[in-house]
Ligand binder design. Structure first.
Ligand code: FPP
Length: 237
């Protein structure tokens, strides 16, 4: 009897390599980001085909504000254009979009478009695509600690009641499953402040492929690699 390889329930993606991909072709970095948007589409398609239920994309980190203003503006513009262009198809595909990160620092226009996309796609039941925008894992954890400390100071919470579960309920990802697989493209092997709490037991997959070249086949290859891993969660077997 053949056994179906395990499909991860939640795949998180660190989309690295856009700038290098563009530069190696004699273009501006923003051109690489635009090409990278196609890879987001490809992963959504690959996830729908494979039956992956959750995808999280690291679209903009808190540290990304330190890039040249022109690049930051280009990324925000790309985000706005992608939302307008992709939302109808996402609705058709049954994809729900949820945004995590510190929205307060985003422009009024970006915040409005993100909210509209969340509202318009909220009925999607096949896949949830989480966009991490102005996201930082450490900031997320600090924010949760601060919220719990405020509750404790207010007498609503006893410090002994703080558990991994009550802590996780204060994160942006409250109610979402932890990622089973974290994929990073672009050749670097680090987490770069992404889902630090949530990725505690995730399998890590690093590839030298630059994000704009990461297509549906590459996504499937990562899933197949995951299917061959043995996950023990601290146990012997
Ligand atoms: C990292 O590559 C990539 C980013 C900071 C942005 C990722 C954003 C997209 C792919 C845009 C599309 C996303 C959505 C959700 C529409 P890098 O610029 O650090 O590449 P480098 O390491 O080669 O410089």
């Amino acid at each position: 009897m053949s056994q179906t390889a395990a499909i991860p329930n939640h795949v998180a993606l660190i989309m690295d390599g856009n700038g290098r991909w563009a530069a190696s072709r004699g273009h501006e970095r923003t051109w690489g980001h635009a090409a990278g948007a196609e890879s987001v589409r490809a992963c959504i398609k690959g996830a729908l085909v494979a039956g992956v239920r959750w995808l999280t994309f690291y679209a903009f980190s808190t540290e990304n504000w330190k890039r040249p203003a022109e690049e930051v503006e280009g990324l925000m513009e790309l985000l706005c254009d992608s939302i307008v262009k992709e939302t109808p198809e996402l609705v058709e595909q049954g994809v729900r979009v949820v945004v995590i990160g510190a929205r307060g620092a985003l422009s009024e226009k970006v915040r409005r478009l993100l909210e509209e996309m969340e509202e318009q796609t909220k009925g999607g039941e096949k896949l949830t695509a989480v966009l991490a925008i102005n996201y930082s894992g450490r900031a997320e954890i600090t924010r949760a600690a601060s919220a719990l400390a405020a509750e404790a100071m207010g007498g609503e919470l006893s410090p002994v009641m703080i558990t991994a579960e009550t802590f996780a309920a204060q994160l942006y990802t409250a109610g979402m499953p932890d990622p089973d697989l974290v994929i990073r493209t672009g050749g670097e092997k680090r987490l770069s402040n992404f889902l630090l709490w949530q990725a505690a037991y995730a399998e890590l997959y690093f590839t030298d492929v630059m994000w704009p070249d990461f297509n549906e086949d590459q996504f499937r290859e990562a899933l197949d690699d995951y299917g061959r891993r043995e996950r023990r969660f601290g146990k012997i077997r």
